[in-house]
Design a protein around this ligand. Structure first.
Ligand code: PMV
Length: 334
């Protein structure tokens, strides 16, 4: 028999409160700015890998269907990297189950590559500490480096490019003390996006006159966000997250041609969030590379926020998340 024992890893998506948007090194996936996120307790990805000496290429299924196209290429390129690091040559059978809609701006690549990085590192015998794992996950999808950690995480942009940049760019967990945060996810459209975040980032950097000012203001957002988290000031956390996300979308709208992920339904959710605020509920929105909106609020308000979002006619589903765990092996040895 050529198949070694299986390694299974689980990881959850994370949502950035101060966003990553734009790379200074595409090959090493090194960002221009630091970013800060919260890992959720919903939508886990479970990935099982098996070394198989009979294979002459990695075989990948996602939700039981064979992976194809760009997704398969990205996974194989990533596994080539892990093999290079470990000095091993065998290919893998990879079976992934995603509970989050893929490619809809709901951070499926973050949970996906965090789970794959952990499972593949263990399968190939790489001895990585959490920082090393975070660096490795970053090479699959930038935001995945933050899903290695549970709760709040800060991804350091680091300095330099290539190998030097690689060493300096990873996520660290952040202590968010008693911050009672809930994120209510309003899914308005679960279809895969028309333009990948990778392509959209490149176009934004190359053509948007608003990119540089946003990246500059993002430094202040990060400093303000860290101070708000330390104070346990949830309203400030929400305000900063919302302004940072809207600014990121403004950079895309100013790209040539424009990248627009937000739909009329997204804007109706934003209206609803504004309405909630006027009734005294601290609710704030953040949006990624897709039309779906995540609404930050205190845990005690999550039910009312979810009810308000559900009452909108174009909301497909509403699910409430709390800070969740980092990437792990379910049998508990990581
Ligand atoms: O990791 P990627 O390439 O899927 O980029 C994700 C970027 C955003 O989700 C839009 C922002 C972020 O920081 O997660």
């Amino acid at each position: 028999m050529t198949v070694d024992s299986a390694v299974t890893a689980i990881a959850h998506p994370n949502i950035a409160l101060v966003k990553y948007w734009g790379k200074r090194d595409e090959e090493y996936i090194l960002p221009h700015t630091d970013s800060l996120s919260v890992t959720l307790d919903i939508y886990p990805t479970t990935t099982t890998v098996r070394l198989d000496t009979a294979l002459d290429r990695d075989q990948v299924t996602v939700n039981r269907a064979p992976a194809t196209g760009e997704m398969l290429t990205r996974i194989r390129t990533f596994l080539d990297l892990v093999r290079g690091m470990s000095g091993r040559a065998e290919y893998l059978r990879v079976d992934t189950t995603n509970t989050v809609p893929t490619g809809a701006g709901l951070a499926s690549s973050a949970s996906g590559f965090a789970a794959l990085a952990l499972a593949a590192a263990v399968a190939y015998g790489l001895d990585l500490n959490p920082t090393g794992l975070s660096r490795l996950a970053r090479r699959g999808s930038g935001s995945a480096c933050r899903s290695i950690f549970g709760g709040f995480a800060l991804w350091h942009a680091g300095t330099g490019i290539g190998e030097e940049g690689d060493l300096s760019s990873y996520a660290d967990p952040i202590d968010a003390g008693a911050l009672d945060l809930a994120l209510v996810v309003a899914v308005v459209d679960a279809a895969p996006k028309e333009i990948s975040s990778r392509a959209a980032m490149r176009r934004t950097i190359e053509t948007s006159p608003l990119y540089a000012p946003w990246a500059e203001s993002s430094h202040q957002d990060l400093a303000d966000m860290r101070a708000a988290i330390t104070r346990g000031d949830l309203d400030a956390v929400g305000e900063i997250a919302e302004r940072n996300a809207l600014g990121m979308h403004a950079t895309m709208l100013a790209a040539r041609p424009a990248v627009r992920y937000l739909s009329p339904a997204s804007l109706r959710v934003l209206d609803c969030v504004g309405q909630l605020r006027r009734t005294g509920i601290g609710a704030f929105a953040t949006m990624d590379a897709g039309p779906n909106v995540k609404v930050l609020c205190r845990g005690g308000h999550a039910e009312r926020v979810a009810d308000a979002l559900r009452s909108l006619s174009d909301t497909r589903s509403v699910i409430t998340a709390r800070p969740g765990p980092g990437a792990r092996l379910p049998d508990g040895d990581s």
